[in-house]
Design a binder for this molecule. Structure first.
Ligand SMILES: NC(=O)C1=CN([C@@H]2O[C@H](COP(=O)(O)OP(=O)(O)OC[C@H]3O[C@@H](n4cnc5c(N)ncnc54)[C@H](O)[C@@H]3O)[C@@H](O)[C@H]2O)C=CC1
Ligand SMILES: O=C(O)[C@H]1O[C@H](OP(=O)(O)OP(=O)(O)OC[C@H]2O[C@@H](n3ccc(=O)[nH]c3=O)[C@H](O)[C@@H]2O)[C@H](O)[C@@H](O)[C@@H]1O
Length: 427
């Protein structure tokens, strides 16, 4: 099948590479000329494990350009452009609008138009109406809502092994499910069909539920601190109940990334637009917004006064195995430390600080970061940090405090080397 992907970001590029691997002829369009240049040189513009190799392997079936004319040959067009947040919490649909403008002038033969970008409830219905308003004949296209559930850091694996494929269809569409099954032929997952808006809401509900689990365990961590109980024991204890499950119960600095913060706000905004008061979503966000304060306060209590203290921060990305720093709690903590007069040496295996900060230096190794540090903070749970030689860390540091902001270390190993361990909800 000839497939055109619009948007060569985390979702678009992963989709393009996986669909090419499944045997389709895939063309990927992006308006960012730098990205297209890199991709045509065999380079991936961001770090995502396995993606560069998969693109290289399929380069006979995968092309990149900024040319919209290439859509003409495609039977299926997959929209993967960004849907960033607006200041009022709503969704900025300007990139979707730009795609609709282009599609309106390019569609001359039948297309299945698939929306993979995360869009607020009602957007796919509106997109259909917009295309018709812009002059595209209704019989020349169908819109399908096919939200994506991959995680950064394991995007390629997730796309080959989804737990479901959600397909939202127009009410009278009896052909697009078969098209989607042909697109994903070779992937073994149950299909869930629903309305266009139903599919949009499944996506938001999934992210909101996962964020709720994280805020729940972060609130439990605060209660655990007050009662001198280890929150990891609580997570293990409740996680064994299959009705609860063990995942997304790791307390820490709070959730970040380009999706949870924006999607929970967007769902809140959508609910309010229909006069529904989203009490739980508000609480989830309040806990997340104050989690950094709680962690910073703990550090302050141990190291006060913070002015002129040298802190090593390990981790800059919003989670391990990615170089993405969008809404990164690690970067927010580095900023807070800098604002409070600390000198920070930050290290990350892949990510780069998104802006220069006063008294903050990004260094090239853990070893460099910890030299003479008064305190050490684990801000992102990269594997590299779990397995440090704590005896060597102790010898290199000036102080003894290790703050495990991701509850990912073996506290006994840390303590055995004479360092002081402090976690989140692990007194
Ligand atoms: N990053 C993730 O893990 C996931 C993201 N999503 C959703 O997928 C969508 C895309 O997310 P990402 O891939 O992270 O975004 P991204 O920012 O990495 O990539 C978006 C790409 O679209 C391109 N683009 C924007 N407007 C364009 C236009 N008019 N024509 C051609 N190209 C255009 C941009 O240049 C950029 O390369 C968002 O709605 C996001 O919420 C969904 C699941 C997972
Ligand atoms: O819509 C999206 O973009 C994607 O958002 C998340 O994926 P992602 O943001 O890549 O990363 P996650 O692994 O979900 O982590 C998100 C944040 O939560 C934090 N987190 C995660 C799990 C946990 O137990 N505790 C915790 O604090 C992470 O450190 C990170 O900051 C979802 O997991 C994906 O299913 C979804 O497709």
């Amino acid at each position: 099948m000839n497939i055109c992907i619009i948007g060569a970001g985390y979702v678009g590029l992963t989709t393009a590479a996986v669909l090419a691997e499944l045997g389709h002829e895939v063309h990927c369009i992006d308006h960012d000329e730098r990205k297209i240049r890199l991709l045509n040189n065999g380079e991936v513009p961001f770090y995502e494990p396995g993606l560069e190799e998969l693109i290289a392997k399929n380069d006979n079936y995968l092309t990149f350009s900024g040319r919209w004319d290439d859509i003409k040959r495609a039977a299926v067009v997959v929209i993967c452009v960004g849907t960033p947040p607006r200041p009022d919490g709503g969704t900025d649909l300007r990139y979707i609008e730009a795609v609709l403008d282009r599609l309106a002038t390019t569609i001359k033969s039948y297309k299945t138009i698939v929306t993979k970008s995360t869009v607020p409830p009602g957007t796919n219905e509106w997109m259909r109406a917009e295309l018709i308003r812009k002059g595209v004949k209704p019989q020349l296209f169908r819109i399908v809502s096919n939200p994506e559930f991959l995680r950064e850091g394991s995007a390629v694996y997730d796309m080959f092994h989804p737990d479901k494929i959600v397909v939202g269809l127009e009410p009278d569409d009896d052909q697009s499910l078969a098209v989607m099954q042909a697109v994903y032929a070779g992937i073994n997952a149950p299909y869930l069909t629903t309305s266009l808006t139903g599919a949009e809401l499944i996506k938001y509900a999934a992210n909101a539920f996962l964020a709720t689990k994280i805020s729940f365990i972060n609130e439990m961590a605060r209660i655990c601190d007050a009662f001198a109980v280890d929150v990891n024991d609580i997570a293990r204890g409740i996680g064994l109940d299959p009705r609860i499950g063990p995942h997304f119960l790791r307390a820490g600095l709070g959730y970040g990334g380009s999706c949870f913060p924006k999607d929970i706000k967007a769902l809140e905004h959508a609910a309010r637009s229909r006069q529904v008061e989203p009490h739980l979503l508000k609480a989830v966000q309040t806990i997340n917004a104050t989690q950094l304060d709680v962690c910073f306060q703990k550090l302050n209590e141990q190291l006060a006064p913070l002015t002129d203290k040298k802190i090593a921060v390990l981790g800059i990305s919003f989670k391990p195995n990615t170089d993405d720093t969008r809404f990164s709690p690690a970067e927010a903590l580095i900023r807070r430390l800098s604002e409070n007069g600390c000198t920070v040496a930050a290290y990350d295996p892949k990510a780069t600080l998104s802006e220069p900060l006063t008294r903050v230096t990004q260094v090239q190794s853990v070893h460099e970061a910890i030299q003479g540090a008064d305190g050490l903070v684990i801000a992102t749970d990269w594997d590299e940090f779990r397995t440090l030689d704590w005896g060597q860390v102790k010898a290199a540091m000036n102080g003894t405090l290790v703050f495990d902001g991701r509850n990912c270390l073996d506290r006994h190993a840390v303590e055995q080397s004479g360092l002081r361990y402090m976690g989140v909800g692990r007194p």
